[in-house]
Design a protein around this ligand. Structure first.
Ligand code: CP3
Length: 343
């Protein structure tokens, strides 16, 4: 199906664009009253993720109500550990929780091997197919997965954490175990992402939410090595690597063969541009807290970011997911400012 608005894909590939594309990480979710209304009728988050018609519906909500230039499939990065044999629960107000964790060889051996990804994650592929059809070419559809390091963090910790010290401890005490787990996550993730493309995803994003807790050397060995394997398995695909907080690793990220790097709000756009030259598109990187400000401040800061761009290879986004209590009207101000900007 021909896309009516393919700005996001052209920007990712470094082709000519009339204006910068814009979308928001976590745009499908609690910021929208339409999402909260649907969610209130369900048993929980997982019911939404696992019911393809409903996941498709909330994926399209921000396209209808916020006028973004891309849709991202409604799912979660934690479906991968679950498919590997480590089920999760999403506790209200608390976040993810795993009954079992992987901190020893014995526990690693309890994971399922040779899993049928097409079958175990069929609900995601079905949601992509339904969404792709229902979008009818309005905007590109982004698929995603967690990067192996971030997935390891949840499998080892079993829940969110400020320090993920159990995960970092593993890198010093049982590095072979860490590598084995990372290899297994990587293998499943490659299959998962290829199947997302086959089901209709036009582009992909890897979320490495906990990249920033590793130093440069550790991130090279336990993070980037596996991201590199994923990138190399997907040649020519518009693919964003978002390594949140990985400031020290920007020169290494610039060497990856992906089309796009995601920047958080601590990363300097000009410095990142110097590193990547014209080989990559940069995505980001407004502070999510900007959206608490008045309309005039949102406009001013957005224009400041746009003016700082020295290349066409940019996709406008926040530097992390939009916070759930943000007024959607503020998001609309950001989006309108990008769409009306003429450089
Ligand atoms: O709009 C989109 O971006 C698509 C949907 C999406 C969700 N999770 C839905 C979700 C995406 C891309 C994710 C990725 C994800 N999930 C990440 C990486 C991005 C990041 O934020 O760093 C991570 C670390 C997770 C794991 C996760 N899922 C946590 C820690 C939590 C609890 C915290 C929270 O925000 O509530 C979730 C739950 C989650 N994932 C919700 C949504 C809409 C909230 C659940 C609800 O509706 O009750």
């Amino acid at each position: 199906m021909e896309l009516k608005n393919d700005l996001f894909l052209r920007a990712a590939r470094g082709e000519a664009i009339e204006r910068y594309p814009v979308w928001l990480m976590r745009q499908a979710g609690r910021i929208l009253p339409e999402y909260r209304a649907l969610r209130a009728t369900l048993s929980g988050f997982k019911e939404l993720v696992e019911t393809p018609e409903l996941a498709a519906e909330v994926t399209i909500q921000p396209v209808d109500h916020l006028d973004v230039d891309a849709a991202i499939i409604f799912s979660d990065i934690l479906v991968v550990p679950e498919a590997m044999g480590l089920p999760y629960q999403m506790l209200e107000q608390k976040g993810p929780w795993f009954e079992n964790t992987i901190r020893s060889r014995e526990q690693l051996n309890l994971l399922d091997t040779h899993i049928d990804v097409a079958d175990r994650l069929s609900y995601v592929f079905e949601a992509l197919k339904i969404t792709k059809n229902a979008l009818n070419g309005r905007v590109p559809l982004i698929g995603f997965a967690g990067a192996p390091w971030t997935i390891l963090c949840y499998m080892v910790e079993g829940k969110g954490s400020k320090t993920f010290s159990e995960s970092r401890k593993l890198l010093y005490t049982q590095p072979e175990l860490a590598h084995e787990l990372l290899s297994r996550i990587t293998e499943v993730t490659i299959t998962y992402l290829k199947l997302q493309l086959a089901a209709g995803a036009d582009a992909l994003q890897l979320f490495d939410s906990w990249a920033g807790i590793l130093g440069r050397e550790h991130y090279k060995v336990f993070g980037l090595k596996y991201i590199q394997q994923i990138v190399e398995a997907l040649p020519g695909v518009p693919l964003t690597v978002f390594s949140k907080g990985a400031l020290a690793s920007l020169p290494d990220l610039a060497e990856l063969n992906c089309t796009t790097l995601g920047l958080d709000w601590n990363m300097d756009v000009a410095y990142a541009r110097e590193l990547v030259k014209e080989t990559k598109t940069l995505q980001g990187n407004l502070d999510p807290c900007l959206l608490y400000a008045d309309h005039s401040v949102i406009e001013k800061e957005t224009i400041k970011l746009l003016k700082s761009f020295k290349s066409q290879r940019h996709i406008v986004n926040l530097g992390h997911g939009v916070y759930p209590d943000i007024d959607p009207e503020k998001v609309k101000v950001l989006i309108k400012t990008v769409k009306n900007y003429e450089n």
